[in-house]
Design a protein around this ligand. Sequence first.
Ligand SMILES: N[C@@H](CCC[C@H](N)C(=O)O)C(=O)O
Length: 260
Amino acid sequence: MQLEFYKYQGTGNDFVMVDNRTDFFPKNNIELIAHLCDRKFGIGGDGLILLENDVETDFRMVYYNSDGNQSSMCGNGGRCLVAFAKELNVIINTTTFIAMDGLHHATISDDGLVSLQMINVNAVNVNQDYVFLNTGSPHHVQLVEDLENYGVKENGARIRYGDLYGEVGSNVNFVKQVDENTFSLRTYERGVEDETLSCGTGATAVAIAMSILDKTQSSTVNLNVQGGKLLVSFDKNKSLFTNVKLKGPAEFVFKGIIAI
Ligand SMILES: N[C@@H](CCC[C@H](N)C(=O)O)C(=O)O
């Protein structure tokens, strides 16, 4: 069988996209999904995303990590899927779609940047050395001294597989403050089991964590990720964050056909 796919990336977080509106894709085939995401034997990607029909919204997002397992929300993937939905003429420039963590509104601006509304956040677990929160996916956020030379893969894996998060695990973000409302971060992603060039739910988690820690007073936070720049904005009422938006580029890379 021949599979038509599209490849998108958002600040270097890259995804294989499949139009599954006819429901043909073998969704439980973990080996196949991992193979399609494999950078040497397949197409290559940090994840694979299906665009499916939904009765109540414009479309449904079904997200898999590159290990082939379905997972929770992917912020960059959601932004890329919005761009893909526009390419397929499923939407024009605004949309509401459904994902694992609920409804998402999104807009595409004239410059092609995609702004995606993320879930409200009110449970932020602040510890001495780290903050843990869920922005659609679970995130450990930790400030470090020397981010450029930090061992993200080894320390991320240690925390992800350590006692703190048990079987379920967590994504792990290491952060450095740049100025009052700018932070650099590097993320170890659960399900990719490596550092990725960007993580949208991670950037969102870092912005909220830095606000909770009073590292910034701004409700618009710039995030420098390894693959580019993201912007997170929110309304804050004590520890409740609403109207959370993740904005950044979401770009088509190539399309193709692969035998499966
Ligand atoms: N890259 C994503 C996060 C994807 C989900 C994560 N790997 C998990 O399984 O928790 C993003 O942009 O948010």
